[in-house]
Every structure is written in structure tokens, then in C-alpha cells.
Design a protein around this ligand. Structure first.
Ligand code: SF4
Length: 422
């Protein structure tokens, strides 16, 4: 049976291939990561706690999960010791499996991760002097085939769940070793000896390395809207990971019908993969433009809830040699931004090549000239320094190793499998 099926995305008109449902865990336990406090309380009530106890335990567990990063119920010292196995028998605190962890010479880190049902995806951490940004994936593969993007050459395998999206943040914080250490302030139900080892007053969330999140990894977040929204709400919850909405950016290639909902229901910063200033070129680079054209897209940007000069919309613009990098392109970009009165900044991204890519990166002097024209019009236009190129972690380079197998190799494997089946 084919493992793809057309499924409409709620609230919009695009039929998008969403091939598989998530396979439940074989042991029947439920993974709590990605769930909001209310959902955890519901599960606890379904498992047998009365409503009041379920609510209290959910509050405690939520804090342990997302604020302290513990992965074992046995470590939850404000829950009575005899009660902890009750949770462990019914629930798990999951993390995506790390298949490969790579470290770039510039400090960028990339993790190849695997879902519990065996699908690979990637997450990238980019440290800077004043911030640390995690580039989070929303889908395994992508339907959109942007021509400059390596992920776009993969087919969509499935949407990531809220747990798998939040799990990327949890895993990065594990790897960076930045969960708060020491004793918590609230009352303990169990004064076991292990508790006394931690002197009071050491509880701190200082020294965060992971300060920002960009939904710019694999996939189009607005084609996985509900899961991305639910995940980001957990990430923003002040009792948990507590990342401010101002430090989170959602990047879309222009799924116009979902943009207003993204602003209203998630409320994070918006980035748009623009990459071209006229229909012909954008149709080629970002094929979604054939469905939602530039004018529609820019109107949706102008109406984006919460956009202001203090919270500008970022336009991503990949610099492709001889394709979209002329002086005229730069002037047209300025004209469009002014025409739609957009509070905007432009990120100029030198193209990061990948094997078989149909483009080359613009020459440095061309990028400089382009930036000068935009900047002279009063619009911020920094040129992004490529990060993590040596580990294929740079913008547009993400593609999982499994999907990198050539067509011929995949065909050969399929034939071998067929032969083995007799
Ligand atoms: S740029 Fe984003 S939306 Fe376009 S193909 Fe790549 S992952 Fe998909």
C-alpha cells in the first residue's frame, strides 16, 4: 500500500501529503513531553487520580519536565516516594533518539534525531556572542520543493508531533547542560536523605545558552500548524521552558491562509522566505508562489498581528548568482517593502551549496552592493555569516542521511527487499 495519502489541512485550502500517523509506543506508556499542563492533568485523571490530585500532580510534573529537565519520575522529590513508580508505570519522559551529533569548527552543533517510530530529522544549534539559537524542524521532509533548499528534495514523511518539536529543545538543553541545578523552593513530600545533599538557595535558571528558537529547520511549519502551535505554547509557558515569544521566530515560505492564525494563536515573530521580487523568479525558487503570489503574501505580512517597528517581519533572501541579486532586484525589494508599509528587516543569506544544487552563491561584492542599496533606503539588511557549512548544518542544507541515498541506491534496496520476500 502506498504510504502517502492526501489529507486536507484544517483552515486552509491546500491538500498536503501527510502520509502517516504516529505509531503508539509498544509498551503502551504515554510520553508526556510536548503536553500542556491541562493535557497532563487529564491523563492523570484518566489513569485514576481524582480531579484535584490530578491537577496538583500535573502542575508539579510539568515543572519537573520543562523547568528542571528531569527524565525520571524518581527525581521528582516533591512527589511522595511510594507514588513515583505509579507514574513511571504509566508514563515516560521522552527524548528524541540521537543518531548522530556533529560539532562544526565554528561552534555550530547539529543533531540527527530519530523518532520513536524510526524517522530521521535534524536540529541545529548556532551559538553567537550574545545569543544561542536553536533551529527547530517541524516536519520530516517537506512538500514544498524550494529549489535552493536541500530539504526540499526530500519527500514528506510525516509531521512532527508537539512532543517531537519540544523534544528538540529539551535535547539541546540536555546537551548544553543548562538545566537549573540545586534544590527547588516548594515544599517536599519526602525528606529522603538525597534531598539533604542539596543546600537551599542553589536553584537557578541563570546562564542560559539557548536563548532563541527559529522554526526554520526541516519542513514548512504552517503546514503542521496545530502541532507547531501546541509545541510553541509549551515552550513559552512561564512555568516551564519559559522562552519569551519575542525570542521565537516562525519562518514560512508563504502559506498565506495560515499567517493570520499564526499571529493570533501563536504570536511569535514572523519570518518570510521571500527570495525574489518578481513572479517569474519566485515561481521558480519558491514554487508555492504559484499558489500564493507575491501581492497576496505581502498583504498578509502587512496584516500580520503584532508586527510593528519594534517587532519587524524578517524577509529571508538567499543570494543566488545571476538569479535574484541585481541592483534592480534590490531596488524592487525596497519598493515592495515601502509600498506595503511593512515594518521589515531583510536577512541576506549567501547561498549554501549542496551536492547537485542548481545554483551558485552570489559574489561577495554583489552581496555587498545589494545590501548597500537596501540599507540606504533605511531598511536593515545584514548579510548572514554562513554557519556550520562543514557539517551541512547551514541554512537550506538540512537533509537526513537516509534520504540522501541516490535514487539508484533506493531502487536497488527495494529490489533486494523484494527478492528477499520471494
Ligand atoms: S525552504 Fe523550507 S519550505 Fe522550502 S523546501 Fe526547504 S524546508 Fe521546505
Amino acid at each position: 500500500m502506498a504510504d502517502t495519502a492526501l489529507m486536507p489541512i484544517p483552515g486552509q485550502v491546500d491538500p498536503v501529503t501527510v502520509p502517516r500517523e504516529v505509531t503508539p509506543r509498544a509498551d503502551g506508556r504515554v510520553d508526556l513531553i510536548g503536553l500542556a499542563r491541562g493535557q497532563i492533568a487529564e491523563l492523570f485523571a484518566e489513569a485514576g487520580l481524582d480531579a484535584k490530585a490530578a491537577k496538583l500532580r500535573a502542575k508539579q510534573v510539568f515543572h519537573w519536565l520543562y523547568h528542571r529537565g528531569v527524565t525520571d519520575f524518581a527525581a521528582m522529590t516533591d512527589i511522595a516516594k511510594p507514588m513515583r513508580p505509579w507514574f513511571a508505570e504509566r508514563f515516560v519522559i521522552g527524548r528524541p533518539q540521537v543518531v548522530e551529533a556533529q560539532h562544526s569548527s565554528d561552534g555550530t552543533r547539529k543533531w540527527l534525531l530519530r523518532t520513536a517510530d524510526g524517522h530521521d530529522f535534524e536540529t541545529v544549534f548556532i551559538p553567537d556572542a550574545d545569543r544561542g539559537t536553536l533551529c527547530v524542524s517541524s516536519q520530516v521532509g517537506c512538500t514544498l520543493n524550494c529549489r535552493f533548499c536541500h530539504t526540499g528534495t526530500m519527500r514528506l514523511v510525516r509531521n512532527l508531533t508537539p512532543g517531537e518539536i519540544v523534544g528538540q529543545v529539551m535535547l539541546a538543553r540536555d546537551a548544553l547542560g543548562e538545566w537549573p541545578k540545586g534544590r527547588m523552593d516548594f515544599a517536599e513530600e519526602d525528606d529522603g536523605p538525597e534531598f539533604d545533599e542539596h543546600p537551599a538557595g542553589h536553584y537557578t535558571a541563570d546562564g542560559r545558552l539557548l536563548t532563541n528558537i527559529v522554526m526554520m529547520g526541516m519542513g514548512e511549519p504552517l503546514y503542521n500548524f496545530d502541532n507547531v502551535r501546541d509545541a510553541l505554547k509549551v515552550v513559552m509557558d512561564g512555568d516551564g521552558l519559559g522562552l519569551s515569544r519575542r525570542r521565537i521566530t516562525l519562518s514560512t515560505s508563504g502559506v498565506v491562509p495560515m499567517m493570520a492564525r499564526a499571529g493570533e494563536e501563536i504570536g511569535v515573530n514572523l519570518a518570510v522566505s521571500l527570495h525574489a521580487t518578481n513572479k517569474a523568479v519566485r515561481d521558480e525558487i519558491v514554487p508555492l508562489n504559484r499558489k500564493y503570489g507575491l501581492e497576496e503574501l505581502l498583504e498578509a505580512c502587512a496584516a500580520y498581528p503584532g508586527a510593528s517597528n519594534a517587532r519587524r517581519i524578517t524577509f529571508e533572501y538567499v543570494m543566488l548568482d545571476g538569479v535574484n541579486d541585481s541592483d534592480e532586484d534590490a531596488r524592487e525589494l525596497v519598493r515592495l517593502i515601502k509600498r506595503y508599509k511593512l515594518p521589515a528587516k531583510v536577512n541576506l543569506i549567501p547561498f549554501n551549496p549542496w551536492p547537485g544544487a542548481p545554483y551558485e552563491c552570489s559574489k561577495p561584492e554583489r552581496i555587498k552592493r545589494f545590501a548597500e542599496i537596501v540599507f540606504a533606503a533605511g531598511i536593515s539588511a545584514p548579510v548572514r555569516t554562513p554557519r556550520g557549512r562543514d557539517i551541512d548544518a547551514a541554512c537550506g542544507q538540512l537533509k537526513t542521511a537516509a534520504a540522501k541515498k541516490s535514487r539508484a541506491e533506493l531502487d536497488r534496496l527495494a529490489e533486494e527487499k523484494q527478492a528477499a520476500l520471494g
